[in-house]
Design a protein around this ligand. Structure first.
Ligand SMILES: NC(=O)C1=CN([C@@H]2O[C@H](COP(=O)(O)OP(=O)(O)OC[C@H]3O[C@@H](n4cnc5c(N)ncnc54)[C@H](O)[C@@H]3O)[C@@H](O)[C@H]2O)C=CC1
Ligand SMILES: O=C(O)CCC(=O)C(=O)O
Length: 452
């Protein structure tokens, strides 16, 4: 797995100290496999014990969230915030509400976020938070009370120049609104402490679309540079049916592709005529319903129930795959099926959706592989743009924000690609390129700022 004694020891210690955290160890292993190349070139990394410091969060906060449901019964959940690394800016990263949330998931997401935020070129450190609260089936009033209870603890740890949370799975505009309202009430100040806010109270145009559109801008630049091609006429598989998936589908179709799949936790849609994105928005964003509702309205769509936890969407003949649901949703068998069916490029809208074996399989088979920390950085980049607008107390037009987002995504692709080439790995290995490029800036800042 590793060649150098230093990296071997760092990873062995990490395994010992985080024994029951598989997602965190997976993310760390994937990053360390890339960073070994820079460690071999730069002895100052080992001298300054940068890898050990980089992998250890600056702060990990865990707290109780007690709230009342609609029957006036007391409910108790666990809340988290990891403030992972502030070398290049205030901690920045989303909040996830999902029953699977635990320390391992929060730490893997926070670690990825450090490199992602560095790649955006904006001054943002890495953080992430969440709760094992399950929003499914909760009333609007329950969601509000939970968000208020969550913020009643979190507020003391965050601030516009300290730590700026945003949304992630289970946390969208509605939840950010309730979190922001409670923060403002407790602190008695109106600042840009959260991003993804509503447009009436400091949100940025295009933040809703940013992650999904950004994945497509990244994919488009990769196709253009490495294959001289575009989205026009291509067939695309997307997983997920949430914020990232919806706007990835919308942009891919605007760019001339046909997206034939999407999915949620219960099942998936195969729609050979192309997903009707307006209908999908109506089902998921307005009604908050299941994909069965989409299939009822759309004659050309097939609905498949997930029976054995399979993700289903990776078995069709497509040119482009965009996993946009959740971690480890694309395994080695899925990767083999995609490659057999002629996929050319896989770019991740979700965080770590591809298992490590599957990622290696893509790279070894010449598929362009854009890891989430590069391909889905458009969401946090636009959050960074929201922070700029809040500080300046102004707002840019949709076109201005979208143009900046596009420029940032194209820049991230070229940075990852050029770094892959510079470090002598295959040019389709944007994983190594993104890991090294994101790390280098953080590492230099950590050394310059002294031992901490
Ligand atoms: N919202 C954002 O700006 C960003 C989100 N991401 C990542 O994108 C992914 C999706 O997030 P959002 O679209 O924001 O969330 P969302 O809450 O809007 O949608 C979540 C999506 O994931 C699916 N999903 C969740 N758990 C699942 C499971 N166990 N099995 C199958 N599907 C499952 C849901 O069905 C839904 O399609 C996550 O990995 C998130 O970390 C990454 C960068 C930014
Ligand atoms: O916009 C943000 O700050 C967070 C986005 C996020 O959670 C992510 O990039 O995974």
């Amino acid at each position: 797995m590793f060649r150098t004694e230093y990296v071997k020891k760092v990873y062995a210690d990490l395994q010992k100290n985080n024994a029951n955290e598989p997602e965190f160890l997976q993310a760390a292993q994937e990053i360390l496999e890339s960073l070994e190349l820079i460690v071999e070139k730069r002895p100052d990394i080992e001298q300054n014990r940068i890898l050990e410091r980089f992998l250890e969060p600056e702060r990990f906060i865990q707290f109780r969230v007690a709230w009342l449901n609609d029957k006036n019964e007391v409910q108790v959940n666990r809340g988290y915030r990891v403030q992972y690394n502030s070398a290049i800016g205030p901690y920045k990263g989303g909040i996830r509400f999902h029953p699977s949330v635990n320390a391992s998931i929060i730490k893997f997401l926070g670690l990825e976020q450090i490199l992602k935020n560095s790649l955006t070129t904006l001054p943002m450190g890495g953080g992430k938070g969440g709760s094992n609260f399950d929003p499914k089936g909760k009333s609007d009033a329950e969601i509000m009370r939970f968000c208020q209870a969550f913020m009643t603890e979190l507020y003391r740890h965050i601030g516009p120049d300290t730590d700026v949370p945003a949304g992630d799975i289970g946390v969208g505009g509605r939840e950010v609104g309730y979190l922001f309202g409670q923060y403002k009430r407790i602190r008695d100040e109106f600042t840009g402490t959260l991003t993804g806010k509503g447009l009436a109270f400091g949100g940025s145009l295009a933040r809703t679309q940013a992650t999904g559109y950004g994945v497509c801008y990244f994919t488009q630049e990769a196709l253009k540079t490495m294959k001289g091609e575009t989205f026009q006429g291509k067939t695309v598989a997307v997983s997920g049916a949430g914020n990232v998936a919806i706007y990835a589908i919308e942009k891919a179709q605007q760019l001339g592709a046909k997206v034939v799949t999407c999915s949620d936790s219960n099942g998936w849609i195969y729609d050979p005529e192309g997903i009707d994105v307006e209908l999908l928005k109506e089902v998921k964003e307005v009604k908050r319903a299941r994909l069965t509702e989409y299939a009822k309205e759309r004659k050309s769509a097939e609905y498949h129930e997930k029976k054995n936890g399979e993700h289903g969407v990776w078995n069709y003949k497509v040119d482009i795959a965009l996993p946009c649901a959740t971690q480890n949703e694309l395994n080695l068998d899925d990767a083999k099926a995609l490659v057999k069916n002629g996929v050319q490029i896989v770019c991740e809208g979700a965080n770590m959706p591809t298992t490590l074996e599957a990622a290696h399989y893509f790279i070894d088979n010449g598929i362009i592989y854009g890891p989430g920390k590069a391909a889905n950085a458009g969401g946090v980049a636009t959050s960074g743009l929201e922070m700029c607008q809040n500080s300046a107390r102004l707002s840019w037009t949709f076109e201005e924000v979208d143009a900046k987002l596009k420029g940032i995504m194209e820049g991230i692709f070229h940075n990852a690609h050029d770094t892959a080439v510079k470090y002598g790995v295959k040019e389709n290995d944007l994983l190594t390129g993104a890991n090294i490029a994101g790390f280098e800036k953080v590492c230099n800042a950590m050394i310059a700022e002294g031992v901490f």
